[in-house]
Design a protein around this ligand. Structure first.
Ligand code: FAD
Length: 305
């Protein structure tokens, strides 16, 4: 089922047609408060009193026109300003192929440098998403270059890839900010652990490596996962090392495990939810279904309900 859904996520015919189906549009609402930034900002303001910060992402990837990339950059600049004005942390998460990586690597780098500068100016952060493994090398290069010029820039890294342990070790000299996720794309067995239990074990092993570095302030670590038992195991290791809870930040996606996130915030973790918005939700949403195929039942219920 996961493989089939991830195939659907990249199928152009489905991408053109499925977003027009009313029952799918209704189902998407579970993970996305709306298509406009205003919808995302409203949610961020509502959750702030519960100590849940925000991380905004306008959905979109693999754009084919640099003019579109320029518009994306402008949009995110407005987001940073408007979030700061609303007293919400101006934090954004951006896919390299949304700012032109497929077309021109130098242009994508210039766009990310500009966004990192804008995020810093607003008092916030730029996070760079990690896409499929065809982009891993290029994304690490982009991160390295942006990090050389800017402090408040982080990178998502995927525990399902065999290479991530050595990539993390190499990034340490940059004093990086790492959002560790399990990984959301269809990857071949020669690049990524095929079995979920191995991905989970690698996630834990990567944290066991990074926590002592976190204690020494050699990196910033964010756990980008809804896997609460895993978060608890990592936290108890952090407690044993004497790391303050707030330094082990947890990020989840809007609409998934919200109450667990609130509980983790109450226990002292810095907590944030990634709030996605925008009309280009198809591929992103299908990856969310693939993470939990039971979600497909929820979509089916919207068809009959
Ligand atoms: C803040 C954030 C940023 C991310 N950024 C990236 C990125 O840049 N690149 C990338 O490849 N991936 C990214 N991901 C996605 C990530 O790789 C996983 O695909 C996703 O988080 C599901 O795995 P999990 O860690 O939650 O663990 P799982 O073991 O898959 O899930 C743990 C539990 O969480 C719940 N759950 C998880 N997913 C869902 C869902 N879709 N619907 C309902 N319940 C669910 C279930 O109860 C499940 O048992 C990001 C995830 C988060 C939270």
């Amino acid at each position: 089922m996961r493989g089939l859904l991830l195939w659907c996520a990249t199928n152009p015919w489905l991408a053109a047609h499925v977003p027009q189906w009313g029952f799918v549009r209704r189902a998407v609402r579970r993970f996305m408060p709306g298509e406009e930034f205003q919808d995302a900002l409203k949610v961020a303001v509502e959750w702030k009193p519960r100590k849940i910060g925000a991380l905004f992402t306008q959905l979109g990837e693999n754009i084919t026109d640099l003019a579109e990339a320029a518009a994306v950059v402008q949009h995110f600049e407005v987001v940073l300003t408007r979030a700061a004005e609303a007293h919400v942390d101006p934090v954004i998460s951006v896919k390299p192929t949304h700012v032109g990586l497929d077309i021109d690597g130098a242009a994508a780098l210039a766009n990310l440098q500009r966004l990192a500068g804008a995020a810093e100016k607003a008092g916030g952060w730029l996070w760079i998403d990690m896409e499929g493994s065809a982009y891993t090398d290029a994304t690490l290069d982009l991160y390295t270059e942006v990090r050389k010029k800017h402090q408040h820039v982080g990178l998502a890294m995927q525990a399902y890839l065999y290479r991530t342990a050595s990539d993390v070790a190499r990034l340490l000299e940059l004093k990086p900010a790492i959002r560790l996720v399990k990984g959301a794309y269809a990857e071949p067995a020669d690049r990524a652990f095929p079995a979920k239990r191995d991905v989970d074990a690698n996630y834990l092993a990567l944290c066991a490596f990074m926590l002592p570095e976190l204690k020494r302030d050699r990196l910033r670590l964010v756990l980008g996962t809804h896997d609460v038992p895993l978060i608890r195991r990592i936290t108890s290791f952090g407690d044993a090392l004497g790391i303050e809870r707030e330094k082990i930040e947890v990020n989840m996606l809007y609409g998934i495990q919200a109450e667990a996130l609130v509980k983790l915030a109450k226990e002292g973790h810095t907590a944030r939810q990634l709030i996605a918005y925008g009309p280009a939700w198809y591929g992103w949403y299908i990856r969310r279904l693939a993470e939990r195929p039971a979600n497909v039942l929820f979509v089916a219920r919207q068809m009959v309900g």
